[in-house]
Design a protein around this ligand. Structure first.
Ligand code: APR
Length: 232
């Protein structure tokens, strides 16, 4: 079986009604990163940061996987498929994908501020001051904030470097180190970039750019990749 890596950003969930970050009307037009998505922000005003993520959690709970999430599930039957997402939502999992790495954490989980190995699934959308881990430390969202390490990056680069096919869906490729993942894909790997506003990546070999929405282009590409496995 060929190895396939799917690297997703906010664009894959846009058609599920979850705001992207950098499009017009995106989240970072409405909030300042330094107010809500850094360790310093959490130290300065933890209630504000918790409330920001409570709102994100409500939005995710109300959202449903779209045609792109659903189509990607099908790939597992034909390829060794690894999804690597920058998204904190759980729409890939809810669609049925089983191998998902969350580079930037997961909104439906909380983590202890005193022992980062203590991670909890959240039952409700609210995480508030006074919610504590079993050792008595305040809980925080299990999110990688700006300025923090990306602990899953090593595992992600391993999968990227092994890929026969590498698909990028709906990412502005602006935030590092995640955005650099495509550079770890082998030169001979077939690469696809699906994004209506896709950047020109002139240096990238074997790259097909599909300037279309995920909901439309992903099911088509998945069909083509599966058909090719029958042909070969
Ligand atoms: N289908 C596919 N792509 C889309 C769609 C769609 N329907 N709608 C928008 N897009 C594209 C946009 O053109 C844009 O290139 O999705 C991309 C979203 O880019 P960003 O908002 O920058 O999101 P992302 O790349 O995931 O951001 C990376 O930044 O703030 C952080 O931690 C946050 O994980 C996030 C990281």
């Amino acid at each position: 079986m060929k190895r396939l890596v799917v690297f997703t950003g906010a664009g894959v969930s846009a058609e599920s009604g979850i705001n992207t970050f950098r499009d017009s009307n995106g989240l970072w037009e409405q909030y300042r990163i330094e107010d809500v998505a850094t360790p310093e922000a959490f130290q300065r005003d933890p209630s504000l940061v918790l409330e920001f993520y409570n709102q994100r959690r409500k939005q995710v709970k109300d959202a449903k996987p779209n045609a792109a999430h659903r189509a990607l599930v099908e790939l597992e039957k034909y390829f060794k498929t690894q999804i690597i997402t920058q998204n904190i939502d759980d729409l890939h999992e809810r669609a049925g994908s089983t191998n998902v790495i969350h580079l930037h954490g997961q909104i439906m989980q909380a983590r202890s501020t005193g022992d980062e190995s203590l991670i909890y699934d959240l039952e409700t959308t609210e995480l508030v001051i006074g919610d504590k881990c079993e050792k008595g430390f305040q809980l925080r969202p299990h999110i990688v904030w700006f300025g923090e390490m990306v602990p899953e990056m090593e595992r992600a680069t391993y999968y990227a470097s092994m890929a026969d096919v590498f698909i990028v869906i709906g990412s502005s490729l602006e935030v590092y180190p995640a955005a650099g993942l495509l550079n770890y894909a082998p030169e001979q790997a077939q690469k696809y970039l699906i994004d209506p506003n896709a950047k020109e990546l002139y240096h990238m070999s074997n790259l097909s750019v599909i300037k279309d929405t995920a909901g439309k282009a992903v099911p088509q590409l998945v069909k083509k990749l599966i058909n090719n496995t029958h042909a070969s």
